[in-house]
Structure formats: structure tokens, C-alpha cells
Design a protein around this ligand. Structure first.
Ligand code: DUC
Ligand code: ZN
Ligand code: ZN
Length: 457
């Protein structure tokens, strides 16, 4: 045995019990209350909670966006992930103009393999420009990439795919056994509002939110859900942000559509009030933050029987100097915020400790559900003998103010600065290796591995 986690209060998606966890060669070798250390390092987890490492199935490390690139590369981003209790990320391969899908995949693999501090998988972004390669979808799936993301918005940035083409992608992906992830916002509604706002001289950050109302999300979800139903496809709505959007997911599911949904930590704890602050630009992401009632609806959706299956971060930060590019025009603000390090602290402190979700819900939405949905089980997402020793120890008493100094992203501010948590991760194990202890990153660059994913149910 290499490591013994002693006196652990283990919580899985469905049960909690006290035991010891023995780790050998990166996997969980035994779970038993009578384990002896036999020379292994011992970590005494008395008074603490041990859960499976979180899976953040939505990150954008070193993503080119307009004239810049998201601030965290695969090293700093996965270092932040490890410090927040995330042991697997799933990032999105983005093809450059003229680049083939498999070339872009090889490029991402090359860049990420040398940098990642925790394990990672990849989704494939499938944009309008990729349509000539639609026949390549099964080959991409065979390379361990069984999920494809399409956008119903961001036409100017070349991300959008026409409605008429979405069913073709859905059908190809379905036949290959994969899943279509969708950024669902209505380009038509958003563009009309942006044009109106800019024409009237309404240019500051709060008009970003005003141009991306809940109806823009709800309308797009209802549309793509219908397309999915017709194509018998399985779809995954990324970054659900609104009560109206959630109602559309519920409606589609009642009608028998295979639609799943993810929300992000920022939609759970922030509202659009922040856009009126002097630093409002730092909170600009898409979809935009919504209202108090939307936040409450999203928490409700994460609880038992709720319609939201997972929490991903949409981690895509930019320094404040780049956010300032939009000082006179909100459309010039690079979209995206940090988040991977916040998932577990926010869900624990703002969710479990405040009685909004249970500890079982936390484990289900951060590890159990994403491991199943994204084909990472059984090696990831559970505490069982033979699984990777990806574990997080939470100290329920540790209070942390989530300032920029404490967080590990390569940016100069924290959107969670106003939150002091009650409870925080204090140890992260990635395949048995301690990668964070007491807030300090203890892993190394490039130690993480690519995890090919299977097609999942
Ligand atoms: N919105 C996206 O769709 N992607 C990256 C970041 C963001 O805010
Ligand atoms: Zn998106
Ligand atoms: Zn995203």
C-alpha cells in the first residue's frame, strides 16, 4: 500500500459510511475499517469528508477568442482544478479555420499532454466550417471523443451552425453512439437586442445581460429539443442559466426527449446585479447571469429528482485588462469567467451547508453523473476498489474567502471575492498522488493523462 486515508467519512452518490481507504499504484486497493498502514503514508481524515474527485466536463483552457486566448493554459487551469478538488477535466477541441478535425485533436493532445496536472478528456466542437468533415465523426468517436458541441449562437465568431444542419450532426453522432452538447441561445433574439442597445448608446456591461435574456435561452432549448426528438438523438444542454430554460428542459423530458442539462457555479451564486458594479465587465460570460429566481430554480434542479444532471464550470477566464477592451462597447468584452476551482467549494458551502442540496446530490452532480454521461466510469467518478484513487477531502469547518490571492487562475481578480465559504477542500488525490494539500498545489506539470472516453448510456 502507498497511502492510507484513515477515519474517512466517505460519501458517495447514494451512501455514507466510515472506513479507511488503501491506495496502491494509483488505484483504490481496499476499503475497510480494519486496514493497517504497513509502511504507507497515513492521512488522518478524522472529522473530514471524503468524496470522489470532481469531474469538470466543461473547461476552455488556452482557447483562442478573438484577439486573445483564455488566460489559463492546460497547466495553470488544471492546477486551479486540483486546488478546488477537480481531478478530471473535459475540455473542447476547437478547430482553427482550414484545420481538419483530427489535426485539431492532435494539436490539443500535444499541447495538453505536456502540461496537464490532472487527467483530462476532450469533446469536439463542431462548427459550421466542420460540416464538410461530418463523415469523420465516427473516427473522432473511436479516438475517445464521443461528444460534439454545437452552438446556436456566436455567428460572427464562426461558432454557430445553422438549424438546418443540426439534425445532420445529431444523426451522425447518434449512429456513432455519441452525445451532442449544445450551447443554446437564440442568435436572432440576441442580435436584435445588441443592435438596439448599441444604436441607442447603451454600451456598458449591464447591456450584455440585457441583450441575452432568459427567453433567448428558453427559445433555443425548445428548438433544439424538438430537433433532437425528431432525430432520436441524445443532447446535453451546457451551462443552463435560467428558470425559463430549465422549464424547457423539463418539458422536453416529459415529452420523451433524451435531453440532459448542466449548470455552472456562477449561475448558482451570482445575479445580474453585478453588471452595474464598476468591475461589472469581469462578470461577463455567455449566457449572462440572470435573476434571483433563476438562481433558486437552478439549485432546485440540482436536488434529488431535479432535471439538472451535472455542474461544469465553463472555465474561460480573461485578465481585467482584456475585459476592459469592452469599456465602451460591451460586445468587445471577452466572454468567460474562471470556475473550475469553485465547483466543489460553492456546492458544499452555498449548497450543502445552506440546505439547498444534500451531500449525496453534491457527489452525484460533480462525479457520479458526469462519469456516466461522459463515458469515464468506472475508473473515474466513484469510490470503489479498482477505481482510480481520485479523491477529495473536505474540511467542513475550514473558512476561505475566495479572493484572487487564494484562487489559482492566472488572472488578477476573483468573481467569488464576496464569498467566504464554510467548508473547503483540503486534500486532492489524483490517481493516488497528493496534488493539493491545505491550499497548496503539490502536483507537477504534465503528470496528468489523457483519458479516452467510451460512448455512454
Ligand atoms: N461562453 C461560452 O460560450 N464559451 C466560453 C465562455 C463563455 O462565456
Ligand atoms: Zn457555451
Ligand atoms: Zn463553454
Amino acid at each position: 500500500m502507498d497511502l492510507l486515508v484513515k477515519n474517512a467519512r466517505i460519501v458517495t452518490s447514494s451512501e455514507t459510511f466510515e472506513s479507511n481507504i488503501g491506495v496502491k499504484d494509483g488505484v483504490i486497493a481496499s476499503i475497510s475499517p480494519i486496514l493497517e498502514p504497513s509502511g504507507a503514508r497515513v492521512y488522518d481524515a478524522a472529522g473530514k469528508i471524503v468524496i470522489p474527485g470532481a469531474i469538470d466536463a466543461h473547461t476552455h483552457m488556452e482557447l483562442p477568442v478573438g484577439d486573445t486566448t483564455s488566460a489559463d493554459d492546460f497547466y495553470s487551469g488544471t492546477r486551479a482544478a486540483a486546488c478546488g478538488g477537480v481531478t478530471t477535466i473535459v475540455d473542447f477541441v476547437d478547430t482553427q479555420p482550414g484545420q481538419k478535425l483530427l489535426e485539431a485533436l492532435a494539436d490539443y493532445r500535444r499541447r495538453a499532454d505536456s502540461k496537464v496536472a490532472v487527467d483530462y478528456g476532450l469533446h469536439m466542437m463542431f462548427k459550421g466550417q466542420n460540416l464538410p468533415e461530418i463523415e469523420k465523426i465516427p473516427e473522432v468517436v473511436r479516438k475517445g471523443i464521443p461528444s460534439f458541441k454545437v452552438y446556436t449562437a456566436y455567428k460572427k465568431r464562426g461558432l454557430m451552425i445553422d438549424d438546418a444542419d443540426i439534425p445532420r450532426v445529431m444523426e451522425k453522432v447518434r449512429k456513432a453512439g455519441g452525445l451532442v452538447a449544445i450551447h443554446a441561445e437564440s442568435e436572432r433574439i440576441i442580435q436584435r437586442l445588441i443592435e438596439e442597445n448599441l444604436a441607442a448608446g447603451r454600451t456598458d456591461a449591464k447591456y450584455h445581460a440585457q441583450s441575452r435574456p432568459a427567453e433567448a435561452e428558453a427559445e433555443a432549448i425548445s428548438r433544439v429539443a424538438r430537433l433532437a426528438r425528431e432525430a432520436s438523438a441524445r443532447i446535453y444542454i451546457v451551462h443552463l442559466s435560467s428558470m425559463a430554460g430549465k422549464a424547457e428542459v423539463e418539458k422536453a423530458r416529459r415529452e420523451g426527449t433524451n435531453v440532459f442539462a448542466e449548470t455552472c457555479p456562477h449561475y448558482l451564486v451570482l445575479t445580474d446585479d453585478v453588471y452595474s458594479r464598476e468591475d461589472g465587465r469581469n462578470f461577463v460570460m455567455s449566457p449572462a447571469l440572470k435573476k434571483t429566481e433563476d438562481r433558486a430554480a437552478l439549485w432546485e434542479g440540482l436536488g434529488a429528482g431535479g432535471v439538472i444532471e451535472t455542474v461544469g464550470s465553463d472555465h474561460c477566464p480573461f485578465p481585467s485588462a482584456e475585459k476592459d477592451w469592452g469599456e465602451e462597447d460591451f460586445t468587445k468584452i471577452p466572454n468567460g469567467v474562471p470556475g473550475t476551482e469553485a465547483i466543489v467549494p460553492i456546492l458544499y458551502s452555498e449548497g450543502v451547508k445552506r440546505g439547498r442540496i444534500s451531500m449525496f446530490d453534491l457527489v452525484r452532480v460533480t462525479s457520479g453523473a458526469p462519469s456516466m454521461r461522459f463515458g469515464l466510469a468506472p475508473s473515474k467518478g466513484s469510490i470503489s476498489v479498482g477505481s482510480d484513487a481520485d479523491l477529495v477531502v473536505i474540511d467542513p469547518k475550514k473558512r476561505v474567502r475566495m479572493t484572487a490571492d487564494v484562487m489559482h487562475s492566472r488572472i488578477d481578480y476573483s468573481i467569488y471575492d464576496g464569498i467566504t465559504t464554510e467548508g473547503y477542500p483540503v486534500l486532492t488525490l489524483s490517481r493516488g498522488e497528493v496534488v493539493m494539500e491545505d491550499g497548496e498545489f503539490t502536483g507537477t506539470r504534465g503528470r496528468g493523462k489523457f483519458v479516452p472516453r467510451r460512448t455512454a448510456s
